[in-house]
Design a protein around this ligand. Structure first.
Ligand SMILES: [Fe+2]
Length: 337
């Protein structure tokens, strides 16, 4: 029998080592995702912890421009959230790329974003095995110098990932140590290559995924990349046209930048999820996490000082991902360590 949302939150908070002497801050938007707020509070109380609900009128960004950043509610939010031990983000869009996240985790607090339907949360919940494999992937990125991605369809992209301070995102779907952020559920590792170093070509194929549009690519699309930015998107079908239209809409050169790159590690995550579910009820974590995907992204990159709501995550099938010539994914299949 499927678990209730509250039962799922209790399991997740236990993974996150919530203790009875802690206070959990829950950041939400007024009138949105109220069942998540209620479940988080109930789970906190069940574990003996305190729960503080912080409602903002809205923290979500628009899907299309016009866009002007409005940080009015951020300072008071940070003041209150900063007093909590563990912050749960159930806003609609998630405070993923924002300053709010950086400042809460930078203060040593744990922070978890939750957006998926209850049965996805339950089916894809993290575990220590997944955590270990994500960390192994992160170590490979940290010790590497060049990331190269190729595919039979014609993708050939390289990026400089050298340096001790390379930003790496380890996502195993729970936060069990101070200063850590994660998104439940997750199962992937990614890095932000050194800025303006990505070069080459990405060739999208039918069945690759476009997130947060929550749909599959239908037609071949060729994306040319120079010095870390997309310079040309071409293809015969609708997808090239729509992608160009979307990027052009913002009137902002920064949305054309490449952002994080990495690969999926969660064997339970299924490529078919966008057809099995009503896709717009999903946040896309299942597709982001499919084992052996290559996922790249555009726009926001807080390590390069770029903050824009225009952020696409693009998990691709059948790619080979190599770090200094050693494959971690070959033809879309994880290479066993
Ligand atoms: Fe992303």
């Amino acid at each position: 029998m499927p678990k209730t949302l509250t039962e799922n939150f209790v399991e997740q908070f236990t993974l996150c080592k919530v203790t009875a002497d802690e206070t959990i801050g829950i950041i939400a938007e007024l009138g949105q995702k109220e069942e998540y707020v209620a479940a988080a509070v109930a789970a906190a109380r069940q574990l003996g912890a305190g729960a503080l609900v912080l409602h903002a009128s809205s923290l979500s960004n628009p899907m299309l421009p016009p866009y002007t950043a409005d940080g009015r509610e951020v300072a008071p939010l940070l003041a209150a959230a900063g007093e909590c031990d563990f912050v749960v983000d159930v806003t609609v869009g998630g405070l993923i790329h924002s300053d709010v996240r950086t400042r809460i985790t930078g203060n040593g607090k744990r922070m978890l974003f939750v957006a998926e339907p209850s049965d996805v949360l339950e089916r894809l919940i993290g575990d220590s095995d997944l955590r270990g494999r994500v960390e192994t992937g992160g170590n490979a990125l940290r010790s590497g110098s060049t990331l190269q991605v190729t595919s039979a369809a014609g993708t050939d992209l390289t990026a400089d990932i050298s340096g001790e301070d390379l930003p790496i995102t380890h996502q195993w779907g729970y936060v069990d140590e101070p200063g850590r952020w994660d998104h439940w559920p997750s199962g992937f590792v990614a890095c932000f290559p050194n800025d303006r170093t990505a070069e080459g070509k990405i060739v999208l194929q039918p069945g690759d995924a476009l997130i947060p549009w929550q749909r599959y690519v239908q037609d071949t699309v060729t994306i040319e990349v120079e010095k870390g930015f997309i310079t040309k998107i071409s293809g015969r079908g609708t997808d090239a046209h729509v992608l160009n239209d979307y990027f052009e809409a913002w009137g902002d050169s920064e949305v054309w930048a490449l952002s994080h790159m990495g690969w999926g590690l969660l064997e339970r995550a299924r490529w078919s999820a966008f057809d099995v579910y009503d896709p717009r009820t999903l946040y896309g974590q299942e597709l982001r996490s499919t084992a052996g995907n290559f996922m790249w992204s555009t726009g926001s990159n807080r390590f390069a000082g770029r903050e824009t709501p225009a952020h696409l995550d693009v998990p691709m099938r059948n790619c080979t991902v190599e770090i200094d010539g050693a494959a971690v994914v070959r033809d879309g299949v994880l290479v066993q360590e």
